[in-house]
Design a binder for this molecule. Sequence first.
Ligand SMILES: O=C(O)CCCC[C@@H]1SC[C@@H]2NC(=O)N[C@@H]21
Length: 278
Amino acid sequence: MNQPYLRIVESTGSTNADLLQAATAEPEAWPHLSGILARHQRGGRGRTGRSWDTDAHTALTFSVVLRPDRPREQWSWLPLLAGVAVLRAAAGQPVAGEPDEAGKEQAVAAVGGTVTDAALGSRLALKWPNDLVHTDGAQDLPDWHRLRKVGGLLAEVLPDGTGVVLGIGVNLAGASLPVPWAGTLAEVGIETDAQTLAERIVASLAHVLADPAITTDPRSAVGPHVVTLGTQVRVDLPTGPAVHGEATGLADDGALVVRTGDGARHVHAGDVAHVRLG
Ligand SMILES: O=C(O)CCCC[C@@H]1SC[C@@H]2NC(=O)N[C@@H]21
């Protein structure tokens, strides 16, 4: 198998669009974990049709192709597992285990900047399904402002069905933030650059997606990182009325389980608003 490859471009419309096209046209040139990093993205796309543009050098704008060695029916956990891998890489955690003192030093060196103790995992989390958030927003604001969106993931299946393009956007120091509930990694003490973070994410994805302890029990690997669980939520669905209730857990396929007045609902896609944190 060919080695993963990282292409760095100064500016593009969307790294996801570019990688979907390239990995379909030349699959051998784009094996598992190959990616495109753009310094500046002008037509980036987010989930549910939103746009995701970034200034040069203040954000990670990165797409990576995943070619799982499992049948497509087993891909439903892939975006959440990828979220855990990105979270570990962004938090400076050792990619192959939980942080200890020795591992922490290695991780700090690998991130290539400064990582405070508090940043090591404790203040970064996932908001279901695919947002990277920190929990360091102003405590005197309503609950939903205490979570700051630092990054987001967008998974798109290749047209030939042979894999997934995972797009990752993360705000770094100096990023211009479009909304009050956005944040940066620097706010929780993590100073790094886009290329270093992209390389760490690739290493972390390689570990997470190949670790049988994680892939045979994905719920245990993902659940503890999902800040949504145990909170009161409103989930805006792609179609139909919103779902209101308590997010109680993750279903066997990674769907969000919401306890509503009418019983449990399994939500497979939607935008979560945290009405009240736990
Ligand atoms: O939170 C979201 O809505 C997901 C945002 C994903 C943005 C990234 S940036 C790199 C990649 N290229 C894109 O066009 N989108 C993703």
